[in-house]
Structures are given as structure tokens and as C-alpha cells.
Design a protein around this ligand. Structure first.
Ligand SMILES: NC(=O)C1=CN([C@@H]2O[C@H](COP(=O)(O)OP(=O)(O)OC[C@H]3O[C@@H](n4cnc5c(N)ncnc54)[C@H](O)[C@@H]3O)[C@@H](O)[C@H]2O)C=CC1
Ligand SMILES: O=C(CO)COP(=O)(O)O
Length: 335
């Protein structure tokens, strides 16, 4: 049986661990919490991140990082994006030679503006053709209870993407392969920022038309950035683009959308942060996305106002006005 490791046992890491086990592998999750490892091993449940969800017996957990990755052919990483570099620096010597590393994360590193796969290659030295990304409309809890979902697996090596596809294919989870790593990662990272904007608008009760505008123009600004960075624009019409945007912007399960909604209802950043127990990547990645856009001369007005609100430079009302009072223009998708 193929051995796989997932670092770590948060909501998405645990859900994907269950998918991979259902697809036929033995999966070791790493958690920093002994009580969580104990619950996963004895009760087959992750009570902190996925309470009430029954996990396959082939999913085990350990607090020992080297035990988790020992003998793993594939190491999947699912931690907050801004913690990746520090954690990976510690994990690198433990990762088996020839293992494939898969990013399940949706963020852009602050300071460097790197995508998660770039950070992985930068820290571990593992070449791009052994670093992959899984991204799509995958709300963790829905996947964990085995509701139907699909995703994109991106790697510059299509052989590696196809191998990962086989390892993750189940009757309820359908992975598609692609070689557009840049497009998949940007789709995942920027949709969190757009979901914050949609949440803001929902909290302010601006209506369904406003939500549709933000999703549509949010996709356009994502594609603009993607084009500037070398992505295939068609990726943004796919699962890692519009697919993920739709799921995240319409679901109450989305932490990013909910975070934005808290702000839109008048909570302060500190209050919204206190009300959020899981990772809302857009809060920290929004500024990195904006910096990346500015570095490449790309206009991202929605991202810009989200960053303005997060930094306290704009009220939510000013953010809405700022977008509506932009100079009139032709509707362009990505140019
Ligand atoms: N939850 C979801 O529906 C999905 C999440 N993702 C992405 O997966 C990534 C992880 O998110 P979730 O699992 O949802 O977050 P989560 O908040 O549920 O879990 C985060 C995990 O990282 C660990 N962690 C937190 N801080 C850490 C640190 N400083 N060092 C080491 N480990 C740390 C936590 O203990 C926990 O195991 C994010 O980039 C997110 O955007 C992607 C698809 C779906
Ligand atoms: O990425 C996700 C769905 O695809 C999860 O979105 P949130 O991180 O906003 O919960």
C-alpha cells in the first residue's frame, strides 16, 4: 500500500487525508496536539477541525514529524501559508529522497510574493517537476463527508500530475490534471481576497447584484494578474478559477467570506480575527497579492479596497464607493 504523509491535521489536511485513504493509500497526518493524534487514532475523528466526521481507519496521526513522513512517497502540506517557510526549513531533512511534495495551500508569501510551490522549491531544493499543487472548489467539510467534488492537480510534469490524480480519485472526489501551476495557485490565493470582498458586501447587505459583480470582476482581475505572471488564462475558467471562486464566495462554510462578513457588519479587524478559529488566508495574503500586482503593473481594484479595509485606511462604506466611482470603462475580461 502506498504511504502518504499530510502536514498537518487541520481541516483541509484531514479532509484530503481521508480522500487519499479512501482512494487506497495509508495516510499519516502530523499534528502538534497529542490529544488530536489520540482522537484520530482511537476514535477516527478530528474533533477540533472536523467534529462528527468519521475518518477512514487508514488515516493515522502522530505528533512526530519524522514518523509522519517516514517512507512517504508523497508529502502533502496544508498549513497557514505564512508559516510554510519556517516549518519547511525544519521538515526538509526529514522528507524522503524522491518524494513528491504537494501544496494544498492557497496563499502568497508576505515579503517575497512567492507562490507556495515556489517557497517549497526555494526551501527544499526539490525541482518543480516533483512539486505539485491541488486547488479547486473544495470546502473541507463537504469533502470530508464525501459530498461530490472535483479539483485541479497541477504540476509541470504531467506524469507526476497523472500519478497524483490516480492517488486521489474516489467515487466522490474527481481530480483533473493540468500543467498550469501558476494559474492554479493564483486562482486559489486571489479567490480568498475576492471572498473577503463578497463577505464585506454581504455584511453590508448590498445585495445579490453586488455579489455577482464582485465575483465577475474579481475573476477578471485574477486573470489579469495571471496573464502578467505567465498563467494560461483558460485556467481561470476552470475548477481552480471560477469554480473555487463560486464555492468560496457563496458558502457560509468559507472562512474568508465569513471574515469579510464580520467586517461588513461592523466588527473591527481584531474582533473578526477573534471570531475566526481557523485559517482565513486572504487576510494575510491580500497585501502580498496587491504588491505582486503593483510590481507587474496590474490593476486590481477589488484587492486594493480589501487591503485598504484590512489596514484601516478605508471604511467599508468608502470601499464600496471607491469601486463604484472608478472612471467609466469598457468591460474587459483580462486585458
Ligand atoms: N479548509 C478548507 O476548506 C480549505 C483550505 N485550503 C487551504 O489549506 C490551507 C490550510 O487551511 P486549513 O486546513 O483550512 O486551516 P486550519 O486552520 O483548519 O488548519 C491549519 C493547520 O495548520 C496548523 N498550524 C497553524 N499554525 C501553524 C504553525 N505556525 N506551524 C505549523 N502548523 C500550524 C494547525 O495546527 C492546523 O493543523 C490554507 O492555505 C487554506 O487556504 C484549501 C482548500 C480548502
Ligand atoms: O478554499 C476553500 C474552498 O475551496 C476554502 O475557503 P476558505 O478558506 O475561505 O474557507
Amino acid at each position: 500500500m502506498t504511504r502518504l504523509a499530510v502536514l498537518s491535521a487541520g481541516s483541509w489536511g484531514t479532509s484530503m487525508g481521508a480522500v487519499l485513504a479512501d482512494a487506497g493509500s495509508q495516510v499519516a497526518l502530523h499534528t502538534r496536539r497529542p490529544e488530536l493524534a489520540e482522537a484520530i487514532n482511537s476514535r477516527h475523528e478530528n474533533p477540533r477541525y472536523l467534529p462528527g466526521v468519521s475518518l477512514p481507519e487508514q488515516v493515522t496521526a502522530t505528533t512526530d514529524e519524522s514518523e509522519a513522513v517516514c517512507g512517504a512517497e508523497v508529502v502533502l502540506v496544508s498549513i497557514p501559508a505564512q508559516t510554510l517557510r519556517a516549518n519547511l526549513t525544519r521538515w526538509t531533512p526529514l522528507i524522503p529522497e524522491d518524494a513528491i511534495v504537494v501544496s494544498l495551500m492557497k496563499g502568497i508569501e508576505s515579503g517575497t510574493g512567492m507562490r507556495m510551490s515556489q517557497v517549497i522549491t526555494d526551501v527544499t531544493g526539490i525541482p518543480c517537476d516533483r512539486v505539485a499543487v491541488l486547488s479547486g472548489p473544495n470546502l473541507a467539510r463537504e469533502v470530508a463527508v464525501r459530498q461530490p467534488a472535483a479539483s485541479a492537480i497541477a504540476c509541470t510534469s504531467s506524469a507526476v500530475a497523472t500519478r497524483l490524480q490516480a492517488l486521489a480519485q474516489t467515487p466522490y472526489f474527481r481530480p483533473y490534471t493540468t500543467t498550469d501551476v501558476i494559474g492554479c495557485e493564483l486562482g486559489g490565493a486571489v479567490k480568498n481576497v475576492i471572498a473577503l470582498a463578497v463577505g464585506l458586501s454581504a455584511g453590508m447587505r448590498l445585495g445579490d447584484n453586488a455579489r455577482a459583480v464582485l465575483i465577475t470582476r474579481g475573476l477578471a482581475e485574477t486573470a489579469r494578474l495571471g496573464l502578467a505572471l505567465g498563467a494560461d488564462p483558460l485556467t481561470f475558467s476552470g475548477l481552480a478559477g471560477v469554480g473555487d471562486l463560486m464555492a468560496t464566495c457563496s458558502s457560509p462554510l468559507s472562512r474568508n467570506r465569513t471574515f469579510g462578513e464580520h467586517l461588513g457588519r461592523g466588527l473591527t479587524l481584531a474582533q473578526a480575527t477573534a471570531a475566526t478559529s481557523q485559517t482565513a488566508e486572504g487576510v494575510k495574503s491580500a497585501e502580498s497579492v496587491l504588491r505582486l500586482a503593483r510590481r507587474h503593473g496590474v490593476d486590481m481594484p477589488i484587492t486594493e479596497v480589501v487591503v485598504g479595509v484590512l489596514h484601516g485606511r478605508l471604511t467599508t462604506g468608502q470601499a464600496a464607493t471607491r469601486l463604484m466611482e472608478r472612471p467609466p470603462g469598457a468591460e474587459r475580461y483580462a486585458a
